[in-house]
Design a protein around this ligand. Structure first.
Ligand code: ADP
Length: 213
């Protein structure tokens, strides 16, 4: 799953997981868990995540390989938030084949609006928005009753940095994939309140057409 911060990568990946029974690996989620639960590794990544900068290559690849090794042989998986650099893409190609790139295109103004009002459930990770995807009860998750929180990197200054990092370090990867003729499925978001279902359904259609699911 490829696209700028706030494109909805996590939302689409979790729906594809439910509908297709595939595994998902979100490097962002892994780093947030490490910050909470692993004093040693957490200390190494905290500063980067809080500033909106990329975590150093060696750490990312180590963490990714660990998670990949837990996926049962033959089971499909979606990577959300990886690769983000050319170096990371090459490391991935050393260990697995990339079947398809699901690219999500979203204009910056939508990203900024969405991220600044995003809320996440502490318990199940469900994503809400205080403006257009409100929970039924303020600050409470509809699905599990958990409390909602705002990610510390969802503030205007860090959002700007994350967008800049995407433009400078991650987006150029598309050219690399293009040159390698990697299969690409493009989904476009054009409005703030666009529901995820039609996009997910179209992704599944494309995956079926390519005989990947
Ligand atoms: P978003 O895509 O909305 O920025 P993520 O949850 O994917 O959010 O990532 C949050 C942060 O975790 C990033 O800003 C970065 O600091 C770190 N991170 C996640 N994935 C990677 C990666 N593949 N390489 C380096 N840093 C990463």
């Amino acid at each position: 799953m490829f696209g700028p911060p706030g494109a909805g990568k996590g939302t689409y990946a979790s729906r594809l997981k439910e509908k297709l029974g595939v595994e998902t690996i979100s490097t962002g989620d892994i780093f947030r868990e490490l910050i909470k639960e692993d004093p040693e590794l957490g200390r190494k990544v905290r500063d980067y995540v809080e500033k909106g900068l990329l975590v150093p290559h060696e750490v990312v690849v180590e963490v990714l390989k660990q998670r990949l090794s837990k996926i049962p042989e033959g089971k499909g998986f979606i990577l959300d938030g990886y690769p983000r650099t050319l170096e990371q893409a090459k490391a991935l190609e050393d260990v697995t084949k990339i079947d398809v790139i699901l690219l999500i295109e979203v204009p910056d103004w939508i990203i900024i609006e969405r991220l600044s009002s995003r809320r996440i459930c502490r318990d199940c990770g469900a994503v809400y928005n205080t403006r257009f995807l409100k929970p039924k009860v303020d600050e409470v998750c509809d699905k599990c009753g958990g409390s909602l929180y705002q990610r510390s990197d969802d503030n205007p200054e860090v959002i700007k940095k994350r967008l800049q990092v995407y433009q400078e370090q991650t987006k150029p990867l598309l050219k690399y994939f293009e040159e390698k003729k990697a299969p690409l499925v493009v989904s476009k978001t054009t409005s703030l309140d666009q529901p995820p279902e039609p996009i997910v359904d179209k992704m599944i259609e494309e995956l079926k057409r390519r005989k990947l699911v």
